[in-house]
Write a protein that binds this ligand. Structure first.
Ligand code: NAD
Ligand code: IPM
Ligand code: MN
Length: 346
């Protein structure tokens, strides 16, 4: 059976980075002999324009049937003041597929540490993963409302939601250096008090993993001053969103960071962590590596193609090292040129 892949290019730089990535996927499927069927669907702002909804039924049902979803990014100024928002489509997709676990790795290799805005001595050796809870917390809590004079968001977590993300993080830590940092705001938030106590309860099932707790403000500081101290970081939805954009700058650019999201079963979703970057859209200067590294994760985790993943990952880091980079990394290459160079190397 060929793998079913759904691509959701989305808005802004989304189509620029997804289209090139799909060409790389096609090339890999030829050289590694795996079959897949591809469907491309409207999602986000373009879906609002074409179908009146950021997540049309057609798009959702294609995603439900898929083995893997490759997503670019959604949003932009065109829809900033509209009643329907592209971002709502992304949240609904995550919720509908119950993609509660979002894995966001950040790695600095020896040959790329010079690209960091932070001193090389501080970032060398960084290899961390943020495990972000993705379907709970203040993003989804009810009630939620606003008017001209007041606004309300609700931050709720159920024990079961914390338990399942904790287990994912502990299991990941077990496969790595067995160090887990749980990040919360336990000194202020009730949801964080529950978060910390559940993490401590679950820890007894993983006695080989060393657990540390950090408050989110201090974590933000430690991430920049000594990122190499971290291995797996587990945190709630909003903190994970913010800390992962912060972490992405350690290797040099938000445009470098990939992610994978999954539920207990069913399709997985792969997307760079950045947004639609309206300020650089349609200029052929978007950094394609976060999207390409998301394809690496997809090849490994959904398509069972570890050799193809390995080759693509090696080529990506070679290219970055050799200076085939876009403007955000002070490079002079266009997005389309980088895709071509990678295809040639493959
Ligand atoms: P953004 O991540 O789009 O951009 C932040 C900055 O980083 C911009 O200066 C942008 O040019 C730069 N940047 C981002 N990706 C880049 C890349 N690949 N190469 C080079 N530079 C890159 O965040 P924003 O500007 O706050 O948001 C823009 C829109 O994207 C908003 O509508 C937001 O809601 C949406 N958004 C979507 C997603 C998603 O679809 N997963 C994620 C984040 C933000
Ligand atoms: C991300 C984005 C989304 C989030 C937005 C667009 C809803 O910032 O994927 O990190 O906050 O989760
Ligand atoms: Mn984000």
């Amino acid at each position: 059976m060929p793998y079913q892949i759904v691509a959701l290019p989305g808005d802004g730089i989304g189509p620029e980075i997804v289209n090139g990535t799909l060409e790389i996927l096609e090339k890999l499927s030829n050289s590694y002999n795996f079959d897949y069927q591809l469907e491309i669907h409207d999602f986000g702002g373009i879906a609002i324009d074409n179908h009146g909804s950021p997540l049309p039924d057609n798009t959702l049902s294609a995603c439900e049937r898929a083995d893997a979803i490759l997503l670019g990014a959604v949003g932009g100024p065109k829809w900033a003041d509209s009643k329907l928002r592209p971002e709502q489509g992304l949240l609904s997709l995550r919720k509908s597929l119950e993609l509660f676990a979002n894995i966001r790795p950040t790695k600095v290799t020896k040959s790329t540490s010079h690209l960091s805005p932070i001193k090389e001595s501080r970032v060398t050796g960084t290899d961390l993963i943020i495990v972000r809870e993705l379907t709970g917390g203040i993003y989804f809590g009810e009630p939620k409302r606003w008017d001209e004079t007041s606004a309300l968001d609700s931050l709720t977590y159920q024990r079961s939601e914390i338990e399942r993300i904790a287990r994912i993080a502990f299991e990941l830590a077990q496969k790595r250096t067995k160090k887990l940092t749980s990040v919360d705001k336990e000194n202020v938030l009730s949801s964080s008090k529950l978060w910390r106590s559940v993490i401590n309860d679950i820890a007894s099932d993983y006695p080989d993993v060393e657990v540390n707790h950090l408050l989110v403000d201090a974590c933000a500081m430690h991430l920049i001053t000594n990122p190499a101290q971290f291995d797996v970081i587990v945190t709630e939805n909003l903190f994970g969103d913010i800390l992962s954009d912060e972490a992405s700058v350690i290797p040099g650019s938000l445009g470098l960071s990939p992610s994978a999201s999954f539920s207990s079963q069913g399709p997985r979703l792969y997307e760079p962590i950045h947004g639609s970057a309206p300020d650089i859209a349609n200029q052929d200067i978007a950094n394609p590596y976060g999207m390409l590294l998301s394809l690496v994760m997809c090849l490994r985790e959904s398509l069972d193609q570890s050799h193809a993943a390995e080759q693509l990952e090696t080529i990506i880091y070679q290219c970055i090292e050799q200076g085939y980079t876009t403007k955000d990394l002070n490079g002079a290459y266009r997005t389309s040129e980088i895709f071509k160079i990678i295809k040639d190397k493959l």
